[in-house]
Write a protein that binds this ligand. Structure first.
Ligand SMILES: N=C(N)NCCCC(=O)O
Ligand SMILES: [Zn+2]
Ligand SMILES: [Zn+2]
Length: 322
C-alpha cells in the first residue's frame, strides 16, 4: 500500500451520486491501514425534549457531503491529502436505554481513538457530547469546550432525568471533564427558563458569545475572543447545527429564530487553526424537517471546515518539526 493518504473517489471519474455514501466519499476505516481522523456516526435521539429525528442525522449528513471537493482555498489546505480521513460507520446504540447508550458511545469512542485517531462525530442529539467528552477527558484530562449552539445545554434535569440533550455540559462540568477557565458557548439566543440559567452556566465554567454579538461585533473580534478563552491546552469542539438560523438549518429538533448564518459559522470555525483540537462533534441534524438538504449541506461543510483546520494544524506541526 502507498504511504499517501487514500482520498475521496474522484468525482471526474465516478459521478458523485454513484457509489457508497461515506462522508465526502472517503474510504471506509477498514479499507485503509491507519486513520488520522475518523468520521463516525451516532444515530441516537432518545435524549430530545421536542422534535425527534436526529437518529437519521449521520446518514443525511453523509448523503449531503457528496459535493465536497479536495482543496480548501481559504485555508490553502487539502484536508484529505494532509492526513488520512476515513469513515468509521455508525456506533450502534440502544434507543430504549439512555445510560446503556452512553456507555456504548464512550467505549466505542475510546476504542476508535486508541492510537491517536481523532474523532469527528456526527449525531445524533446533543446528549452524545457527554460520553464523547468522557472519552476525550480520559485521554487528555479536563478539556476546554467551545460549544456552538442556540442553547446553553447546561440545564439540570428534564422530567427528573439527568442525561438529556439539554444537560450534557452540566454533567460534564460536574464530572470534572471540563477546564472551567477555558469553556465558551457561541451563538446563544432565545428565551431561557430563568435569569438563573446564565448565572449557573457561568459557575459551571462557561462564558457566552451571544448570537446578538455577531450583530454588534465583527467575526474577527469573535474569533479573537474565542482564541483567548480557549488558550493552548486541549480543545473539544461541539457544534449543534441549531446554532444556525432556521433559515440556514431548518432540519433540527429545537429551532430558535435569530441565529448565525452558515457563512458566519464557517468563518468562525476557520479561526480555530493553530489550537490543540482533540475532537469534535456535529449534532442535532434532523432530516425530516430539512428542505432541499439545506441543513445536511451546512453540516457537511461544517465537517469539512473542521477537517481542514485539523489538516492545517498537522501541516504546520510537521513544518515546525523540520
Ligand atoms: N440541545 C438542543 N438542541 N436543545 C436543548 C433544548 C432543551 C430544551 O428543550 O429546553
Ligand atoms: Zn441547540
Ligand atoms: Zn445542543
Amino acid at each position: 500500500m502507498s504511504d499517501q493518504p487514500v482520498g475521496p473517489i474522484d468525482a471526474t471519474r465516478v459521478p458523485r451520486y454513484a457509489g457508497p455514501a461515506t462522508f465526502a466519499r472517503l474510504p471506509r476505516a477498514d479499507e485503509v491501514d491507519h486513520v488520522d481522523v475518523a468520521v463516525v456516526g451516532v444515530p441516537f435521539d432518545s435524549g430530545v425534549s421536542y422534535r425527534p429525528g436526529a437518529r437519521f442525522g449521520p446518514a443525511h449528513v453523509r448523503a449531503s457531503s457528496k459535493l465536497l471537493r479536495p482543496y480548501h482555498p481559504a485555508l490553502d489546505v487539502s484536508p484529505f491529502a494532509a492526513q488520512q480521513v476515513a469513515d468509521a460507520g455508525d456506533i450502534a446504540v440502544n434507543p430504549f436505554d439512555i445510560a446503556d447508550a452512553m456507555k456504548t458511545v464512550e467505549l466505542a469512542a475510546r476504542e476508535l481513538g486508541a492510537g491517536g485517531t481523532k474523532l469527528l462525530t456526527i449525531g445524533g442529539d446533543h446528549t452524545i457530547a457527554l460520553p464523547l467528552l468522557r472519552a476525550v477527558a480520559a485521554e487528555h484530562g479536563p478539556v476546554a469546550v467551545v460549544h456552538f449552539d442556540a442553547h446553553l445545554d447546561t440545564w439540570d434535569t428534564y422530567f427528573g432525568e439527568p442525561t438529556t440533550h439539554g444537560t450534557p455540559f452540566r454533567r460534564a462540568s460536574e464530572e470534572g471533564l471540563l477546564d472551567p477557565a477555558r469553556c465558551l458557548h457561541v451563538g446563544i439566543r432565545g428565551p431561557l427558563y430563568s435569569r438563573e440559567d446564565l448565572r449557573e452556566d457561568g459557575v459551571l465554567g462557561f462564558q457566552v458569545v451571544h448570537a446578538d454579538d455577531y450583530q454588534d461585533a465583527t467575526v474577527a473580534s469573535v474569533v479573537e475572543r474565542m482564541r483567548r478563552r480557549l488558550g493552548d491546552g486541549p480543545v473539544y469542539v461541539s457544534i449543534d447545527i441549531d446554532v444556525l438560523d432556521p433559515a440556514h438549518a431548518p432540519g433540527t429538533g429545537t429551532p430558535e429564530a435569530g441565529g448565525l448564518t452558515s457563512r458566519e459559522l464557517l468563518h468562525t470555525l476557520r479561526g480555530l487553526v493553530g489550537l490543540n483540537i482533540v475532537g469534535a462533534d456535529i449534532v442535532e441534524v434532523a432530516p425530516a424537517y430539512d428542505h432541499a438538504e439545506l441543513t445536511g449541506i451546512a453540516a457537511a461543510h461544517v465537517g469539512y471546515e473542521l477537517l481542514s483546520v485539523l489538516a492545517k494544524n498537522r501541516e504546520e506541526g510537521s513544518a515546525a518539526q523540520r
